[in-house]
Design a protein around this ligand. Sequence first.
Ligand code: ZN
Length: 290
Amino acid sequence: MRIFDPHIHMTSRTTDDYEAMHAAGIRALVEPAFWLGQPRTGVSSFTDYFDSLVGWERFRAAQFGIAHHATIALNPKEANDPRCVPVLDVLERYLVKDGVVAVGEVGFDSMTAEEESAFRRQLELAGEHDLPVLVHTPHRDKLAGTRRTLELVAESGLPPERVLVDHLNETTVTLVDEVGCWAGFSIYPDTKMDEYRMVRILQERGPDRVLVNSAADWGRSDPLKTRKTGDAMLAAGFTDDDVDRVLWRNPVDFFGQSGRLLLDLPERAAADTFEGNSLLRGERATARTA
Ligand SMILES: [Zn+2]
């Protein structure tokens, strides 16, 4: 089983996780820029973090044979902090970099005016840079948050096929399907969506425009939830080809729209040095779309 986890925060994970992920079949991932738990107090905290996402973390992943990509944004939660909002003016520096495959995570956390303004600006940036967008939906008031999210996406004029609306459930997926955006599902260990509910959703709506992720981060989470979803799909009668489509070809199709996937990574890159890694020198690899 080859797996592309389209949403996982490896900065918060260990080398044991990388080893277990590789053993489970994970060969590529996307790490969205997000909230680190401890509030940031200024723009340089963001830029150090963004540099780490496109540099150090990509190198670390490569040592375990996993292609690492990032999405860059001011996350919804910190859009409420006036010390953080000026980072919007430096995002463009990162949105042109290799391996940056979308603007994200953007969207709503508490549905404030400040969040809406940062969300609108970042939808514009996605249009200006011809990049897909990864949109986070709030865990509280998810239905209202998803409705408002889709209104702003429609107003932005971005093509729906370039927008991924994430952290969906049985209720909110219908709204997203109606407008033709991609539907993202985060599979959690004990709350919210699990792999069996995911299988039932796939049985009902089919595998089109669906991405499944672990959203593993610094909280209780499981970086192998993509693999567990693949196993649950097979146990429920889906074919190997269905699993490959959901766990590999769909994320490649969605993020491939950026033209910046880095899937030509050598199987073992452990001998590379951080400075000597060609991926880190910014050489563009061609996206493999099959
Ligand atoms: Zn996340």
